[in-house]
Ligand binder design. Structure first.
Ligand code: BDP
Length: 687
């Protein structure tokens, strides 16, 4: 019995100390004391002081001055000026951000020299696709941290508050300053009193960390929960209903951020149900929010079953409305014109809508990128997107500059990422998925950061130093770690997205997913009963003549939505970048690629390369063992094994399926498929 009890105690102690990933990128503990001079006090400044004390890694006994300044023309909004020994800002939140920058530099060995830091976007938001019953749409890390099912679902517990404040701290540390708390496929119930009271409780916890709360709303709320006969945005009763609802919300949450709206899209109600335009619907809500400083984020993710190329539809529908939207309204546009695919060109709306504020929507949750199983670092994808040149105002009109106010005088600037956070102990389901949360925040703060720098920071913060290490980055121990851990792991992260593109859908292919879970391959999936633009063959158009979607001037003419010279570049098969080749062109299987190979052979090599890259990641990770705690090491090792299995499935499925059309052999220096196409086609799940 005694032995049993001792074992139990031992196990409890061990689990308590087991590394479960919950601490995210907060690993450092103070290595000495710090004296803080700050004449002001507030909840936000208290957090700043607490963090400084708890994680100080600088010289013991040093002094840090936190100074509020009124007139520093270089500091904007919640920006700050960081110099050795001093952080200056115009707002308390600016001071908190400055503290995090300083602590990050101490932990990563980056120097502190006098420098001003300003955010690229005024609003840097996480969109949670959390349902009120606690499930998460496209969530792969457990249930919602905000909502749950059951009788006591709305009771706010101490555990809730603790988790929300940890969440808010993590967001503040990377500059995220807002959260949309519920799914874009919104339940009208979110606007009922009981739920609003819970939103108020959440807002209270997030507030000191500088995070505002926002809600996704259902456009039909007035008729569904308000008892009205209609939700027509031009109906006076409906207008009044929304005005009163907004007043009710601001009474509870005075700094409420605003509404996110998915309307007239994928079956969601919207103004078009009443013969009204997106502008009619969106402006009505914007007017209700205006007196309180709230904004509307209206999504451009719309496409009908009209038969027109789906990639063209958001542009076709929204461009005619440019200039018709209120100034407290932002159109939220997904990075690509279709839907968060492993690779898409940027949406042509960026830069094109010149009289309307536009915000990018990125997807942090890896719906189409291996979910919480595959190691795919998304910063490279976002960097590629943000740096894409729209040419709208000449060379250098990048998406980043078209959306952050550098080119167009947008009243509001914002960027959103669909969150990958859930109740899983490690928040994101995969340790490396935490890097995507981190990267989103860092890029939202500074859209010029390189993915390499972000990866570098994240690895150092997340895997910390070993206990033997000092913070002296010149020590031999550090050099060894740098060479054998940091460098290869960073390289792996930077290559990981391209690897996924290679083994899933290279050369501009897209939407080849199994429809059941958006995880495994389903290039064959095309039942007669579903609309064509929900089937894979609609997008790959493979037949014995060739493969690819013809979006050139003689095809769907989606190219016309891009500005010159880009339009001509992508329209011409000779100048179209090969990464987008089959997005814009339908080409014969024996088309000659730049490498001299035929399209078919080139495609085969890409699939093979994707698989081999994951094989290499396995080796890199195995070698990382001495530098990582046992728990996270084996968790990631296991996930990489699964990723490898799935990369093999992807390669086999796509090559065997497309081979039926190409009727060409898979090049003989490539490993043969190990699955049968029939088995893959009848499989329901590849997890
Ligand atoms: C798609 C998701 C779907 C979302 C939709 C959206 O599969 O669950 O509701 O996007 O963004 O990618 O509204």
């Amino acid at each position: 019995m005694k032995v049993l009890i001792s074992i139990c105690i031992l196990l409890t102690v061990l689990t308590l100390h087991a590394e479960n990933g919950h601490k995210l990128w907060f690993r450092a503990k103070s290595t000495g004391s710090v004296k803080i001079i700050c004449s002001k006090s507030s909840a936000t400044l208290d957090i700043a002081k607490r963090e400084l004390k708890q994680t100080w890694q600088g010289k013991s006994g040093a002094t840090i001055t936190l100074l509020m300044v009124k007139s520093d023309p270089l500091i904007k909004g919640d920006g700050f000026r960081l110099s050795p020994g001093k952080i200056q800002a115009k707002t308390d939140l600016g001071i908190l951000y400055g503290v995090f920058e300083l602590l990050r530099r101490q932990q990563t060995g980056e120097q502190v020299i006098e420098e001003v830091f300003n955010p690229s976007y005024e609003r840097r938001l996480l969109d949670h696709w959390d349902n009120l019953d606690g499930t998460i749409e496209r969530g792969y890390a457990g249930h919602s941290i905000f909502w749950r099912k059951g009788k006591d679902s709305l009771v706010v517990t101490e555990n809730d508050k603790k988790l929300w404040s940890q969440y808010a701290l993590a967001n503040a540390s990377i500059g995220i300053n807002g959260a949309v708390l519920d799914n874009v496929n919104a339940s009208p119930l979110i606007l009922t009193k009981a739920y609003l009271v819970r939103v108020q409780a959440i807002a209270k916890v997030l507030r000191p960390y500088g995070m505002k709360t926002y809600l996704s709303i259902n456009f039909a709320s007035p008729s569904v929960i308000g008892g009205l006969k209609t939700s027509d945005p031009l109906n006076p009763e409906v207008i009044k209903w929304w005005r009163e609802k907004v007043i009710e919300i601001y009474k509870l949450i005075p700094d409420f951020g605003g509404f996110l709206v998915k309307a007239s899209s994928e079956g969601q109600p919207g103004p078009q149900d009443y013969g009204r335009t997106h502008a009619d619907g969106a402006n009505m809500l914007a007017d209700a929010l205006k007196p309180f400083g709230g904004i509307v984020m209206w999504r451009a993710f719309v496409y009908s079953a009209s038969g027109d190329d789906r990639a063209k539809q958001a542009y076709s529908e929204f461009m005619p409305l440019d200039g018709k939207f209120r100034d407290n309204l932002i159109i939220q546009v997904k990075n690509g014109p279709v839907d968060f695919q492993p690779r898409e060109p940027f949406s042509p709306l960026f830069g094109a809508m010149k009289k309307t504020s536009l915000m990018p929507e990125l997807q942090i949750t890896q719906e189409y990128l291996g979910q919480s199983i595959h190691l795919v670092f998304l910063a490279t994808m976002w960097e590629e997107f943000l740096k894409s040149d729209t040419y709208q105002e000449g060379v250098g009109s990048t998406v980043a500059r078209c959306t952050d106010g550098s080119i167009y005088p947008q009243k509001h600037t914002a960027i959103a990422g669909v969150s990958n956070i859930g109740l899983d102990t490690n928040w994101c389901g995969h340790t490396f998925a935490q890097a995507n949360w981190y990267a989103f925040g860092r890029l939202a703060w500074d859209n010029t950061l390189s993915s390499s720098q972000i990866a570098d920071e994240w690895i150092k913060l997340t895997f910390g130093q070993t206990s033997k290490d000092t913070n002296d980055f010149t020590t031999p121990i550090y050099a060894d770690r740098n060479e054998n851990f940091l460098r290869p792991v960073r390289q792996m992260m930077l290559e990981s997205r391209e690897a996924a593109v290679n083994y899933m859908m290279p050369l501009g292919l897209h939407c080849l997913f199994s429809p059941y879970d958006h995880y495994g391959p389903g290039p064959w999936w095309a039942p007669k009963y579903v609309r064509k633009d929900w089937t894979a063959p609609y997008y790959h158009q493979a037949d014995t003549n060739g493969i690819g979607f013809d979006r050139t001037q003689t095809g769907s003419n989606a190219v016309s939505q891009y500005h010159e010279p880009l339009r001509s570049i992508i329209n011409n098969v000779k100048t179209c970048p090969e990464i987008y080749l089959l997005w814009f062109h339908h080409l014969p299987w024996d088309y000659k690629m730049k490498s001299g190979l035929t399209l078919w052979d080139e495609m085969c090599y890409h699939y093979e390369e994707g698989l081999q890259e994951v094989r290499r990641f396995q080796k890199i990770w195995d070698k990382a063992k001495p530098y990582v705690d046992a728990e996270r090491f084996s968790l990631i090792q296991n996930k990489l094994r699964k990723q490898c299995e799935n990369a093999q499935v992807w390669k086999d499925a796509c090559l065997l399926y497309f081979q039926q059309f190409s009727r060409l052999p898979i090049p003989y220096n490539i490993e043969r498929p190990v699955h049968n196409l029939d088995d893959l086609e009848s499989a329901r799940s590849f997890y």
